[in-house]
Design a protein around this ligand. Sequence first.
Ligand code: NAP
Ligand code: MG
Length: 400
Amino acid sequence: MDKIKMKTPLVEMDGDEMTRVLWQWIKEYLLLPYIDLKTEYYDLGLENREKTKDAVTVESAEATKKYGVAVKCATITPNAARVKEYNLSQMWKSPNGTIRAILDGTVFRAPILVKGITPYVPTWKAPITIARHAYGDVYKNTEATVPAGSKAELLITDKNGNETRLPIHDFDGDGIVMGMHNTDKSISSFARACFNFALDKKEDLWFATKDTISKKYDHRFKDIFAEIFENEYKTKFEEKGIEYFYTLIDDAVSRVVRSEGGFIWACKNYDGDVMSDMVATAFGDLAMMTSVLVSPEGYYEYEAAHGTVQRHYYQHLEGKKTPTSSIATIFAWTGALAKRGELDNIPELVNFAKALERASIKTIEDGVMTKGLAKLSTIENKTLVNAEDFLLAIKHRISL
Ligand code: NAP
Ligand code: MG
C-alpha cells in the first residue's frame, strides 16, 4: 500500500513522561506505517524547555501561526518539586498558558463516547462540549498578601494620565488581594469562536457567568455575547434550527446535570477549567477527553485533556508495563491530521484519521482495554491490556 502523502507539515509538540512514551508508540505503530508523516518537530519536554530557556515553547506557537495546525503532547507544568527533580534554573510557566497567550482563542473539550461506558449522570445521552475561554481572568492575575492596617485600591490611569481610584478594602487584619483583567477583543473572539463552533456542530450554545454579582466584569461578557449574536449570528442559528441562550452560572450547572447533553457549554476561563474536569469525569474518564484550541484567526492546536501520567511513568522507568490509555492522545493526532487533510484537500488523510478513530473505539467496544477504562466498562468478557498492547490491538483493527 502506498503511504498517504501530506502537503503542509503539522506542528508537532512533543512532551513529557508517560505521554512522551505513548507519543513515540502512536507514531511507530499507528501513523508511520500508513502516512508519509510530515511534521515540524518541537521538543517541549521539560529538559529541552530548560535548555532553550523556554524559547522552544514560543517557537512552537509561532510555527502554529505559520502552518495553522498543531498537535501537542502533555507537558509538565513545573512546581517546586519539579524544579528540584529536573534541576531547573527557574519555575518555567505552563506551556499551555504560553501557547494560549500567543494564539488567544477558545479551548473546546469533548468526551469520547463508547458503548459499555455509561455516564455517571443517567440522563446524558450525547457529549457535552465545554468551550473554555483561554485568555485572562485569574490565569493572568496580579496578587499579593496584605498586612494588617493596609488599604487596597484599584488604580486606573488612562492614556492622558488621568487617574481613577476605586476602594477595594481597608484591612484590619492580614489578608489577600488580587487584580485581573480581560479585553473586549478577546471576549469578542471567544464569542465568535463559540458561535462558529455551534454552527459547525449544529448544536445549541449555552453561556453562563455570574453577572448578578459581577455587574461590570461578568456583565461585559454577557453583553458582548448578546450583541455579537444579535448582529452576526441570529439568522444563521435560526436557519440551522439551533439556539443560543444565556443564563446564570448556578442555573446552568443545575440544568446541565438534568440535560440530555448534545450541546456546547461556553465557560469563562476558570469555570471552563473546573467544569471540564467535572464533565469529563462524569462521562467516564479524563483519559477519554479531547481538547482543541481554536484561535480567532483559525489556527488549531489539538491535545489530550489529561496530564503526563507521572505515576505510570515511574513504573515504566522501573521496567514495568503500565495501564496507560492512549485514546485521548490518539484523538489529538486524528483531530490534527483530519484538519490538515481538510485544509489541504487530502481526502485520504481525513479518511485515515476517521478509520483510526473507529478502530480505537471498536477496540474498547470489543472488550480490549486498559485497567482504568475496564473499571468503568459494563462490557462482559473484558481483556485487560497494557499501554503498548492496547495500541497493537488498535492497529490490528484499522481497516481502510
Ligand atoms: P494526570 O497526568 O492527568 O494524571 C492523574 C491521574 O489520572 C493518573 O495518575 C492516572 O490515575 C489518571 N490518568 C490520567 N491520564 C491517564 C491515562 N491516559 N491513562 C490512564 N490513567 C490516566 O494529572 P497529574 O498527575 O495531576 O499531573 C501530572 C503532570 O501532568 C503534572 O506535571 C502536570 O503539570 C501535567 N499536566 C499537563 C497537562 C497538559 O499538558 N495539558 C494537563 C494536566 C496536567 P492512576 O494513577 O490512578 O492510574
Ligand atoms: Mg483543570
